[in-house]
Design a binder for this molecule. Structure first.
Ligand SMILES: *Cc1c(COP(=O)(O)O)cnc(C)c1O
Length: 853
């Protein structure tokens, strides 16, 4: 029998301490140390026993202690100062209000952000790894910057599993119950005082009720949907049971609740609170793609046709893809989804009223017809989309090129916004003090120039790094001991765990989800060589590893077991440790304490990766394959890059790349770490650390990421969406125009192109050239098209690379022409092409129509 959500609010707090509850319920405390310290000061034992959970600790504090605190002027003053700080934080205008026209008056954009997981704090365990933590950091930075965002996710009854090991090092999974009373969430109350609910229909006419909770992340409300309600049957209650558990059917229903239930919840929430209804919908990965179908259905209920509704929904939708690995994309049997959309006699959906089922399915069905692809739906329902690093953007353009036939890969309209991490969350306290010292107390979330970090001295950095490393060693010893107790060892045999690792030795960290492409075991390729490095008397290396493998990922678990078995060896167990149950709390200590953050994915399969960014913020140095974020930021002054071997055979490639890994460690990293000047300072090392802080750190913050999303995606999407609402006829006009263009396109042709101003195929730089083309437009008008010269260097395959586009004008003779100067020397190619042009289009490739000479 599954437990029900309960909303027991056990408040025995004395009146004088009531603000503590407000502080606990706003997750701003997760990035404000002083508030955390206040809770710890209230009762350190209860705070620790609750898992550092302010909500759960309050009922655990004795009445005596509460009474004492309620009369402790010093405590009360601290509490008032924290609540005052929170109010100031919530009320003050921020970057968005300062920079976005109209934002002050409330008529700026409002964004709904959908994600299957959110990693904000370990006390709200509704995340599994990178994707969720990215979403959590997005909300925190959106809050810091004042971006008007409302987020939507699921409230799982069971957190993602906690990980233990058996004797042989095989992963064991255990699920812990999420009790809403212990979570930093509150029911959203409808006008009648009852918890707000929305519903979705399952096949067979069953309605599923969905309760809406909210967690407050600074200024950003996070709506969490929960089907575990007494009015639902067992099956319906289990929909939001756990993250990434269950089969395809279960996942579809979860995504229906998130996408369709989510749109309904946001709408009800806006109506209740008077918050502006979102005009931009950001889908963090394809999981919430069904939200687009719901929005199409709503417009159709108001009278729009399908194509018009899709055009309008697209205008306000942003889709972020997160995986370059096809297996990472959600794909369902079309028949399964068809059953859920549940067409009536007229072909309209019973799940999404007014939605024509077959037309909707066509948005995601792959060529061949049997599989519905959530990424494909994402690209079709969102006019703007992006990958999460430059390289990932490029890989995605190749991966999804087929959706934009006729266009070269660089023109596939998928951009990139490189991920970032929330600075205040991921900077350890001692390092944060150094930031404050160097950069001052200003709100640095919107500041680009961090060059003052170069003034940090060797001594300051060394002391800080030593502290962080030492904290890591202390934590690792505890975790290894606990792990062995769970693996069946006796306390008496475990004295050795108190002496593992050395607070002064070069410490390499490796922690992330254990999936095969991340190659956890690359470092084990030559075990003897690794052993020698670990056991070196004078210049030892030590390695701390953590990470969970998805319960169904057998190869991942095998990698993990291999590593654990290596680390179990008596000969090396004092130099390499595996810490079970990686989560945000462990990550902050592990990452901050590592001198070197190792990252060895198979390029280009790591879309971005973010843990290395967290290391940078703590003065750690990056040691990585040129993949994800490091591919665009790699810098020999700030870290080390493992070269990628262009070898087909994976085993051979692993061997070669591992060889490079050892070589760089032996030749560069170890010598530099142990090099000391006369005063015992690591001068060379700290010079690199300063470089990394000054040049890399400002570019990897979530503040930079969210600002990019606002300028590159949200505001343009809001403008596009506003054009449709401002002009109710626009959608119809656009759809008619598009149909006419598609009809006429077979007649469009570039007849003849000539270059005037050069003789015999050769010219000096600076030569002025005129390109002239005869273009047949059939039934189209000049304003329907963009006619451009495509000019650029030619590669070995005779393709124009990195082309420059020069618009042609119609001359009096009816021909199209443009004049330009040949700028750079080299073999230059030129052609002329025609693409459709309309104010609604955000990219030339959007309709997949092109005519070339
Ligand atoms: C940052 C983080 C991740 C993501 O790590 P990647 O380097 O992106 O794979 C996963 N889990 C936890 C707990 C993290 O803090």
């Amino acid at each position: 029998m599954k437990p029900l959500s309960t909303i027991t609010v056990s408040s025995d707090l004395p009146e004088a301490l009531a603000p503590l509850r407000d502080l606990a319920l706003n997750l701003r405390w997760t990035w404000r140390r002083q508030t955390v310290d206040l809770f710890r000061a209230l009762d350190a034992r209860a705070f620790a026993a609750s898992g550092e959970n302010p909500i759960a600790m309050l009922p655990m504090v004795s009445a005596g202690r509460l009474a004492e605190a309620a009369h402790d002027e010093a405590f009360l003053a601290r509490m008032r100062s924290e609540i005052q700080d929170l109010r100031t934080y919530l009320d003050s205008g921020r970057w968005f209000q300062r920079t976005v026209p109209g934002a002050q008056g409330g008529d700026g954009a409002s964004i709904a952000y959908f994600s299957m997981e959110f990693g904000i704090t370990p006390t709200l365990p509704i995340y599994s790894g990178g994707l969720g933590i990215l979403a959590g950091d997005h909300l925190k930075s959106a809050s810091d910057l004042g971006v008007p965002l409302v987020a939507v996710g699921l409230l799982y009854q069971w957190g993602y599993f906690s990980q233990a090991l058996d004797r042989s090092g095989w992963q064991q999974e255990e699920y812990r119950l999420n009790d809403p009373a212990q979570l930093p969430v509150r029911p959203v109350r409808a006008d009648d005082g009852a918890q707000l609910t929305v519903s979705v229909a399952l096949p067979g006419g069953r309605e599923v009720a969905i309760a809406v909770w909210s967690a407050q992340v600074g200024r950003v409300p996070l709506l969490l949907l929960d089907t575990n309600l007494p009015v639902n049957d067992e099956h319906a209650r289990a929909i939001t049971d756990r993250l990434y558990g269950g089969d395809h059917e279960h996942r579809i229903v979860q995504e229906i609740v998130l996408g369709i239930g989510g749109v309904r919840a946001v709408e009800a929430f806006s109506a209740l609170t008077g918050a502006p209804a979102p005009t931009v919908f950001h889908l963090n990965e394809g999981h919430a793609g069904f939200s687009g179908l719901e929005r199409v259905g709503r417009l159709m209920q108001e009278g729009a046709g399908f194509a018009e509704a899709v055009a309008q929904v697209r205008a306000g939708t942003v889709f972020t893809t997160h995986t370059p690995v096809p297996a990472g994309i959600d794909r369902f049997e079309a028949a399964q989804l068809r059953r859920h959309l549940d067409a009536d006699e007229t072909g309209l959906s019973r799940l999404v009223p007014a939605l024509p089922v077959e037309a909707a399915l066509a948005l995601g069905i792959e060529e061949g017809g049997d599989i519905f692809n959530m990424a494909q739906l994402g690209f079709r329902i969102a006019q703007r989309s992006n990958g999460v690093a430059q390289l990932h953007g490029a890989v995605s353009r190749t991966m999804f090129q087929d959706l934009y036939p006729g266009f070269d890969v660089p023109e596939v309209p998928i951009g990139s916004v490189t991920n970032g991490v929330h600075r205040r969350t991921w900077t350890s306290a001692p390092m944060d003090d150094l930031f404050t010292k160097a950069l001052g107390h200003v709100d640095i979330s919107a500041l680009g120039d961090w060059s003052a970090l170069a003034t940090l001295t060797d001594h300051e950095l060394t002391t800080t790094r030593d502290t962080l490393r030492s904290d890591l060693v202390t934590m690792a010893r505890q975790h290894v001991k606990e792990s062995w107790l769970r693996r069946g060892a006796d306390e008496a045999e475990l004295a050795w765990t108190e002496h593992i690792l050395d607070p002064r030795a070069l410490t390499i960290g490796f922690a992330r989800r254990v999936s095969t492409y991340k190659r956890l075991t690359l470092m084990l390729s030559d075990p003897d060589r690794l052993r020698r490095l670990l056991l070196d008397e004078d210049r030892p290396v030590q390695i701390v590893v953590a990470g969970k493998s998805h319960p169904a990922d057998r190869p991942g678990k095998e990698f993990l077991q291999q590593l654990v078995q290596f680390a179990d060896d008596h000969g090396v167990r004092h130099r390499i440790a595996f810490l079970p149950d990686y989560d945000i709390a462990m990550a902050s200590v592990l990452i901050a304490g590592s001198d070197v953050w190792l990252n060895t994915p198979i390029r280009p399969e790591e879309a971005s990766g973010t843990s290395g960014m967290k290391a940078v913020l703590n003065g750690g140095l990056t040691f990585s394959v040129s993949d994800g974020w490091w591919d665009e930021m790699k810098d020999d002054e700030a870290g080390w890059t493992i070269p990628t071997a262009r070898i087909e055979d994976q085993a051979e490639r692993d061997r070669v790349e591992a060889e490079a890994l050892y070589e760089i460690l032996e030749q560069s990293i170890i010598p530099l770490f142990y090099e000391r000047d006369a005063r015992g300072m690591q001068r060379g090392w700290m010079t690199k650390v300063r470089s990394s802080l000054v040049t890399v750190a400002p570019r990897i913050t979530a503040a930079r990421m969210v600002r990019d999303y606002v300028t590159v995606q949200y505001l343009p999407a809001a403008r596009s969406a506003a054009a449709f609402t401002a002009d109710p006829a626009l959608a119809g006009e656009f759809v008619d125009w598009k149909a006419a263009v598609q009809d006429a396109w077979p007649q469009v042709a570039v007849r003849e192109v000539s270059l005037e101003g050069i003789e015999g195929g050769a010219a000096a730089t600076g030569t002025e050239v005129t390109v002239v083309a005869d273009v047949e437009l059939g039934a189209l008008r000049d304003t329907d098209v963009l006619i451009e010269a495509v000019l650029g260097e030619i590669d070995a395959e005779d393709e124009i690379i990195d082309p420059q586009l020069i618009p042609l004008q119609r001359g009096e003779d009816g021909r199209w022409a443009a004049r330009f100067a040949l700028a750079a020397p080299g073999e230059v190619g030129c052609t002329v092409r025609v693409t459709p042009q309309h104010p609604v289009l955000a990219s030339r490739a959007e309709l997949g129509l092109v005519a070339t000479a």
